[in-house]
Design a protein around this ligand. Structure first.
Ligand SMILES: [Zn+2]
Length: 105
């Protein structure tokens, strides 16, 4: 099990900046993975949009559900030898390297 840990503020910010192609589903971010042409998919040229579950009200609800139902599982799994906690606020390349290192153990 891998826990990618980020603050709620960071999670909300990432959701607010995420854009998805309405045609092919490719994912972009207005900060970390900026499309070559604003509002258009690099892969197919489709129009980028905000996912319904990334809209502010939906994000607040998702975070509430996480706090109420999911977060308590962390303490349950934390003692397991296959549990890895990774700081998700690090650069993408660092997080990817740490995930790959964890799954190779
Ligand atoms: Zn596309």
């Amino acid at each position: 099990m891998i826990l990618l840990k980020i603050s709620e503020a960071d999670a909300a910010k990432r959701a607010a900046e995420r854009r998805v192609c309405g045609d092919c589903g490719a994912i972009f971010n207005r900060v970390t993975k900026v499309p070559f042409l604003e509002g258009l998919c690099d892969t197919c040229g489709g129009k980028l949009k905000v996912r319904d579950d990334d809209k502010p009200d939906a994000v607040r609800k998702r975070l509430m559900v996480y706090r109420d139902q999911t977060e308590q599982l962390i303490s349950y799994y934390r003692g397991n030898t296959d549990f890895f906690e990774i700081n998700g606020a690090q650069p993408l390349e660092t997080v990817t390297a740490q995930i790959l290192a964890a799954v190779k153990k």
